[in-house]
Design a binder for this molecule. Structure first.
Ligand code: NDP
Length: 294
């Protein structure tokens, strides 16, 4: 019988811990953590994500400020705004919601954020520090998965791990973290992508599989060995007649088939997603405490 990894439940626990810590800071007269978010344009999904992030902050007592600009904002003006926030001592963490309009270079924008305030963990300085094992802001989804591994005491040492997907925000950083010389880590990691030959054979060897490719129900039971630990990162929105919204979320794992073979498995929704959200709050708290960059 598999054990369901209840991301939503763990995320609520982590939130309660953060809330307590923020409240302790407040009682001692310390500085309340403050997250700034920049949103350019009116992409519906981006507006929703930013609203969630602000709501999460307010639930745990973290201050948040949204800087919302029209999509004709110039790159130079955006960079100037980032510099202003970098200098603002009131603000501990800064995120720029992606994607940005085409006339703005995302890479330039990311590199303009002070690494000490880069709570998304996208700046090359944070990525580089993470790679060589120095304290760094870790991007939210890999950080959320590591937290689940720790809280469920999942053994990673010497395990064979297959990660499907090599994006800069999920697959690539997670592959490095799981092969670090510490727990959670010490796994033997293989990264699969769209050019991988015989992915099913590779996946079938894995003790731990992370599906992060964005293809609904890609991972089937014949690609998973008995007893594997399965993390489902993917989210695909599909129309549904059974929900009020008219759509539902589907993961990258064919859950009904795979779960009976797994030892641990995350559901979608309620698995990795809530942990991703909570990881941003943790990084903002770390930024306020100046634990990574003094
Ligand atoms: P990207 O689109 O940036 O990357 C997808 C990766 O999957 C690429 O490396 C791609 O290969 C690989 N891939 C695509 N199709 C296949 C295939 N058929 N076989 C093998 N590999 C394949 O995606 P993200 O990493 O940003 O996100 C992945 C999924 O996770 C999405 O559904 C996204 O919505 C979701 N997500 C969920 C989060 C959460 O909180 N739950 C957070 C972030 C993302 P190649 O490099 O060769 O193109």
């Amino acid at each position: 019988m598999y054990k369901l990894i209840e991301g939503k439940k763990i995320a609520d626990q982590v939130k309660a811990e953060i809330k307590q810590e923020v409240s302790d800071i407040r009682e001692k007269g310390g500085k309340i953590p403050h997250l700034a978010a920049i949103l350019v344009g009116h992409d519906g999904a981006s507006e929703t994500y930013v609203a969630y992030k602000q709501k999460d902050c307010s639930q745990v007592g973290i201050e948040s400020t949204l800087f919302h600009y029209e999509d004709d904002l110039s790159e130079a003006d955006l960079l100037a705004k980032i510099e202003e926030i970098n200098r603002n001592e009131e603000i501990d963490g800064l995120i720029v919601q992606l994607p940005l309009p085409e006339h703005i270079s995302e890479q330039k924008v990311i590199e303009h954020i002070n690494p000490g305030k880069d709570v998304d963990g996208f700046h090359p300085v944070n990525v580089g520090r993470m790679v060589i094992g120095l304290p760094a802001y870790i991007s939210a989804t890999p950080a959320g998965i590591l937290e689940l591994i720790k809280r469920y005491k999942i053994d990673t040492v010497g395990k064979t791990c297959v990660i499907i997907g090599r994006s800069n925000i999920v697959g690539k950083p997670l592959s490095i973290l799981l092969s670090q010389k510490k727990y959670p880590g010490n796994a033997t990691v293989t990264v699969c992508h769209s050019r991988t030959k015989d992915l099913a054979l590779t996946a079938r060897n894995a003790d731990i599989i992370v599906a992060a490719l964005g293809q609904a129900e890609f991972l089937k039971s014949d690609m998973v060995k008995e007893g594997a630990v399965v993390f489902d990162v993917g989210i695909t929105r599909v129309p549904s007649e059974n929900t009020k919204s008219g759509w539902k979320l589907i993961g990258d794992v064919k859950f009904d088939e795979v779960a009976p073979k797994a030892s641990f498995i995350t559901p979608v929704p309620g698995g990795v997603g809530p942990m991703t959200r909570v990881a941003l709050l943790k990084n903002t708290l770390l930024a306020a405490k100046k634990e990574i960059y003094s």
